[in-house]
Design a protein around this ligand. Structure first.
Ligand code: CMP
Length: 138
């Protein structure tokens, strides 16, 4: 059964001009891009998105970074989308990411790691709704 997940091309990847290459990898892996837009978010909006990490020591750094420049939030669809996107992204820390993954190729560090992907169905539902209205998801 087809499943939707949520992803963000992060400010570091956008700044370095990697958006199109990352999208190509995602589409080559069989994902349908249901919705995508370019936008910038405030620190408060980044804090709302990452609220589950609010107590983590890296929270200020993470939310500062995510509001530091344009991002491309998107909704992706395929069978097993959540797990398959996380496989394609590679480990959070690019030093541990496998060959051929997006983070291995495009990420610089654990903080500036090029792409975000939802980790479960409930988080995907929250994250899609945080960035997109129902009318954008037909
Ligand atoms: P992401 O998948 O967007 O979800 C939470 C993010 O927190 C994660 O990717 C990393 O970019 C970031 N993160 C995790 N650990 C650290 C860390 N030790 N220092 C800075 N950022 C981190």
């Amino acid at each position: 059964m087809s499943q939707r997940t949520f992803s963000i091309i992060k400010p570091d990847a956008v700044r370095k001009g990697h958006t199109a290459a990352i999208l190509a990898k995602i589409q080559e892996a069989g994902f349908k891009v249901v919705a995508i837009k370019r936008m910038s978010i405030s620190k408060a909006q980044a804090e709302g998105f990452y609220y589950v990490h609010a107590e983590r020591p890296f929270f200020p750094e993470l939310t500062e970074f995510m509001s530091s420049g344009p991002i491309f939030p998107m909704v992706l669809e395929k069978e097993n989308a959540i797990a398959d996107l996380r496989k394609l992204m590679g480990a959070t820390n690019p030093a541990q990411a496998e060959e051929g993954t997006i983070r291995k190729e495009f990420a610089a560090s654990i903080g500036e790691n090029a792409i975000h992907g939802s980790d479960a169905e409930e988080t995907a539902a929250f994250e899609i709704g945080y960035f997109f209205a129902g009318i954008e998801l037909k």
